[in-house]
Design a protein around this ligand. Sequence first.
Ligand code: C2O
Ligand code: CU
Length: 461
Amino acid sequence: MTRLNRREFIAAGSALAALGPSRAGASAFEMLEARVADIHLLPEQYGRTSIWGFSGSAPGPEIRVTQGARVQRRLVNALPSPTSTHWHGIRIDNAMDGVAGLTQAAVIPGEDFDYDFAVPDAGTYWYHAHNRSFEQVARGLHGALIIEEPDPLDIDREEVLILDDWLINPETGQIADSFGAMRDLSHAGRLGNYITTNGRYNLALPAQRNARLRLRLINASNARIFPLSLEGFEGWIVAQDGMPLATPQAVEGTFLMAPAQRLDLIVDVITEVGGAAHLVHLDRDEPFSQVAFEVTGEASRARRAPPAPLPPNAHQMPNLAEARQLDLVMEGGAMGGMRGAMMGGQSRSMMELAQAGKFWAFNGAVGGMDGPPLAELSLGETVRLRMRNDTAFAHGMHLHGMHFHEVAPDGNLGAMRDATLMQRGEAREVVFVADNPGKWLLHCHMLSHAASGMMTWIDVA
Ligand code: C2O
Ligand code: CU
């Protein structure tokens, strides 16, 4: 997009927004305007970068409510492109799930859509665009959705940390507009070259020695798996994808976060005053500080005992004895050896698929939301979904509308999640209760993969 065009779009956007409130019956919904904005994303000396952001920022405004409350937001589309907003990980009314093409029509530029839903679970969630998401999320359309427990935790402070990577054209300082590039679709997805936390490079925050912090980590990137560790902290994972662990798990060594995954950590600062504790990013050869916590003083309290588990969110227990078995074989991509797949009811060669921008298949067919569902499930039924990654790349599989248990190698049900990382060649079974009626997507959250075949859906009625 040229500079001139962008200015025109901004002008058009504000004109449309100005028309909004005069409509008859306008409610008191808070506005969430998706629009183009120029922000300081790169270090100051490189000037501004044009992004697409909710309320003109990236990440967008934090939405924070207490468990059981309602979220009411009017999405106003001031972008040059149709959009929708998905509330990732929330067990939501299907009509509010925000999937353009499945649960609603995309909101065209100048129009709006009212999202209104209750939030049954406490935890760390997020919201993001769900139309051409491989482009719109990469341009900045995402933000944190925080659902607080009714009773406050025994902590000194919390930080929401949204991890992201941006693909920046180093010549222009702008977001590279290579969306849907064949290499991204067929390889590891759109990987950025500029890594941020809350839209900042090298984020530094103050901390006190012996303070206890809650860190709410959100991986908002398109495709990057963040390999992280703690330095100068003693820490515990207390929740995954919003769902509390029955027993907090001490952090030792590296932990991975696939796209869309969240982790809630409780950390105690153990670094001396004058030093810094870090969330360390262990990418390849050079570990670097993803977030630095500069220790400027001492907390008034001594160190505490390890944290108690967070209060659980109420879920129906799976009925394993009568579970339905589903299989999902993931194939395709570069170096995957797939010869071809079904698409639109016809068998296609890899060449034909590539021409259509499709590179992946589920159970031998290029997936999408226009085809038949993976399964039609009865409300309340337990599902064992066996997934196998027969590709040369990692994938982060996400189910909308419900959380699942990862089945551990010993057959036990693990903690609940809404996105699971599957390394190349890996097989994993997940178990869930289909307790939420509607049409729910199941897709890879490497967003370029979802766009090129790694997407299906289930119908619960
Ligand atoms: Cu986070 Cu289908 O989405
Ligand atoms: Cu994938």
